[in-house]
Design a protein around this ligand. Structure first.
Ligand code: F6P
Length: 366
């Protein structure tokens, strides 16, 4: 039957296993043979044991596990043409020309780059005698379906990325825990959360955690914000609030584009309020551990749709990304989704904040 390669690449995210499990098992149900490409693109470049068939039983007890059981990596070699050549060679030697690629925008744009270069690289491999003309003829194109696995929720065109809900829950749990110690001392905690240049985790955790102040890249504060923040914190104290929490997105910037760090925020608070502030950087705790219920069922539905889409694809079809829109599965054009995501990032860097926010969600093929 048709062989379907599955890989997870870039930073891991909770729910990637649910996506791998569902894609692989759906492929089996649909009459195809799923193949794991282990350790992300590194596995495609290295080949050997890193590319192997996935059996139904290999996926047992994986839906509740964090991380990705097939491994991930950030491969430098894949970025070079010689690395891509090796990846194409290994995939073709394994009879694989359909991929479900699970990762963030770096992973997905790398996959798209490979798809575009595939015919050219195949021709070169034949010339070098690394594959036969028959093999080349049997695999003229790479067919690609992407799933967005990233805790950052930073992909334009999908309401939720795989892992964002679990990370958000992890942050909210931490905020609840910090609030009791904060309340005991009447202290302010400044909490740095992940998200790269996206403020989703910071903003939503601030809302869900009932926090006092939040700093996100999409809405840099105007000059003098330190005074405004401290005024709000002091007012809270006056009204009997004992636990104050300020959330800082790791990508938070001021209007000049300078990073706003959690330690800077804590110092600003101590200086102005004469109260002690403490910094907590949640770090990779946000990305680890068991996925939430949402990050199990959503990737399960997406995995089925991805397997179906990839198995049904015809050579030369454009790459798709499957995401979630209005609680329904949405099919996006991969090139456009990645380009739109980059565009939003550029707008933020250029200080065009309103345009950036308005552009999010614009790549729908509804
Ligand atoms: O993209 C996911 C993410 O966790 C970001 O939120 C964070 O900035 C980055 O990855 C950390 O990367 P690494 O795991 O390589 O330290």
């Amino acid at each position: 039957g048709v062989r379907l390669g599955i890989l997870t690449s870039g930073g891991d995210a909770q729910g990637m296993n649910a996506a791998v499990r569902s894609t692989a098992r759906s492929a089996i149900v649909l009459g195809a043979v799923p193949y794991a490409i282990r350790e992300g693109w590194y596995g495609a470049v290295e080949g050997g044991d890193l590319i192997h068939e996935l059996k139904w039983g290999d996926l047992s007890n994986t839906i509740s596990k964090g991380g990705t059981i097939i491994g991930t990596a950030r491969s430098d070699e894949f970025r070079e043409r010689s690395g891509m050549m090796k990846a194409v060679e290994n995939l073709i030697q394994n009879g694989i020309d359909r991929l479900v690629s699970i990762g963030g925008d770096g992973t997905l744009s790398g996959t798209e780059e490979l798809r575009q270069l595939w015919p050219e690289l195949v021709a070169e491999l034949v010339k070098q005698g690394r594959i036969t003309a028959d093999q080349a003829e049997a695999h003229p194109n790479l067919m690609v379906v992407g799933l967005v696995g990233s805790i950052d929720n930073d992909m334009t065109g999908t309401d939720m990325t795989i892992g964002a809900d679990s990370a958000l829950n992890r942050i909210v749990l931490a905020l609840d825990q910090l609030s009791s110690t904060a309340a005991s001392h009447q202290r302010t905690f400044v909490v740095e959360v992940m998200g790269r240049n996206c403020g989703y985790l910071a903003l939503m955790s601030a809302v869900a955690g009932g926090s006092d102040y939040v700093l996100i890249p999409e809405m840099p504060p105007t000059a003098g914000w330190e005074d405004d923040m401290c005024k709000k914190l002091s007012e809270g104290r006056k009204h009997g609030r004992r636990d104050s929490i300020v959330i800082v997105a790791e990508g938070a910037r001021d209007r000049e584009g300078n990073p706003i760090t959690a330690s800077y925020v804590a110092e600003a608070i101590e200086e102005r309020t004469k109260e002690s502030a403490r910094v907590t950087i949640l770090g990779h705790i946000q990305r680890g551990g068991s996925p939430s219920a949402y990050d199990r069922w959503m990737p399960t539905l997406l995995g089925y749709a991805a397997a179906k889409e990839a198995i049904g694809a015809a050579p030369g079809d454009g790459a798709k990304v499957l995401g979630v829109r209005y609680n329904r599965i949405a099919r996006l054009d991969l090139t456009k989704a990645v380009a739109d995501t980059r565009h939003v990032r550029k707008l933020i860097e250029a200080g065009e904040y309103d345009k950036a926010v308005a552009s999010r969600g614009s790549s729908f093929t509804d």
